[in-house]
Design a protein around this ligand. Sequence first.
Ligand code: ADP
Length: 381
Amino acid sequence: MPPSEPRTPIASLNLEEQRVLAEALFTSIGDGAIATDEFGKITRINPTALKLLGYTEREMIGAWFPKKIVSIHENGDPVSLIDRPITRAFLTGKTIVEKTYYRKKNGQTIPVSITVSPIMLSGKPVGAIEVFRDITIEYEIDRMKSDFISLASHQLRTPLSAIKTYSHMLLDGYMGDITAPQKKSLRTIVSAANRMNELISTLLNITRIESGNVTVTLKNVDVEKLAEEVNKEHSLAASDKDITLSLHCSGKKTTVHTDALLFKEVLGNLVSNAIKYTPEGGKVALGIKNRRYDVLFSVTDSGMGIPKYSQEQIFTKFFRAHNVVKQETSGTGLGLYLVKGLVDALGGKIWFESSETKGTIFYVTLSKTGAVSAPAGDEEV
Ligand code: ADP
C-alpha cells in the first residue's frame, strides 16, 4: 500500500508505540548505527553496522565501543582513545564528524565517514549515537580523479613545451627577422603558454597534496637567494603594470631547513597574486625577517584588498572574492588552496591582513629547523 499522510502525530503516540517507532527507525536506517550508554558500552546496533563490520549482534551488545570498534589511521596505526570521536563527543558534548578507517572482524579495513552525537540530559552525556557509512567507493573515485588529472597534466606538458621552445626561437630571431606586430603576437603566445604551464603545475601539486603524495625534501636553503629568484621571475609582470617590486631582508643571512622547490612555489604564488591584484603604479614588497626560532616572510601589496566578508573563505578551493571577479581579472581560485596545502606540508603557518582598496599582507612562518613553527611573537635576531 502506498504511504499515506500520517493521521496520528508522533507526540500523541503512547510510550510503547514511540519505542517501536524508534526501533524501526534505528533498524531500517541505511547507514550503520550504534548506540552506547554513558560508559561507552554498546546498547544497540543496527543490521547495516553489523554487516559492515562483520560481527553478530551478540558479539557487540555490552562490548566497550572503543575496544570493539577498532579505528585506525591510514598508515595502520591505531587511533588513540583520546582522539576517538566518541571520546571527544563525550568530553565536549558536541557532535563530531570525521573520516577514519574501521577494522572489520576478518581483519580487513574500510574507510568510513562517521558522525557521533552525544545524548545529553541536563547538560550531561548519558550516551552516544554513532552513524557511519562505508566510503570505499568515494575514495576510489577520488583516486581515479587524481590519476586522471595527473596523467592529463603530464600529457599536456609535452606539446606545451614545444609551443614555448619554438615561440622563443622565433622571438629571439633564430628563424629570421620578425616584424613588430609578429613580436607582439609571439609574446602573447609565450605568456599564454606560461600561464597554462603554471596551471598544470598547480593541478599536479594539488593532486599530490590531496592524495598525500607530496615529497618534501629538506635541505638548508638560502631564503634570500630564493626570494631574489622569485622576484626576478616576476619582474616582467610587475614592470608591465609599472609596479615597484622590492625585497627587504632584516637580520643576518637567513638559512631555513625546508624544501626549496615547494617553498618557491609558495612565495611565487603570493607574489604573483600581489602583482595581479594591485593596480598599475602600485607597490609589492617581499619581506624576510630572521627571528630566533623561525623566519617570517611577508608579501605586502598596495592593491585592491580582500573584502572582510570573503576573508574566511580565501584558502578554499576555487574561491575568488567578488571584487576581483567584478574586475574580470583571470584566475582559478586554486593558488591559495595550494599555498595553504604546501605551507602545511612544510610545517609552517600562513595568515593575512587585508583592507579593501588599501592592500594586503600575506605572512608565512617557517621554522629554521624544518619543524613546526614557533609562536607568532617570536623575536627578531
Ligand atoms: P586566483 O588568484 O587564481 O583567483 P587564488 O587562490 O590565488 O586564486 O586566490 C583566491 C582569491 O583570493 C583571489 O581570487 C582573490 O579574490 C583573493 N586574493 C588572493 N591574493 C590577493 C591579493 N594579494 N590581493 C587581493 N585579493 C587577493
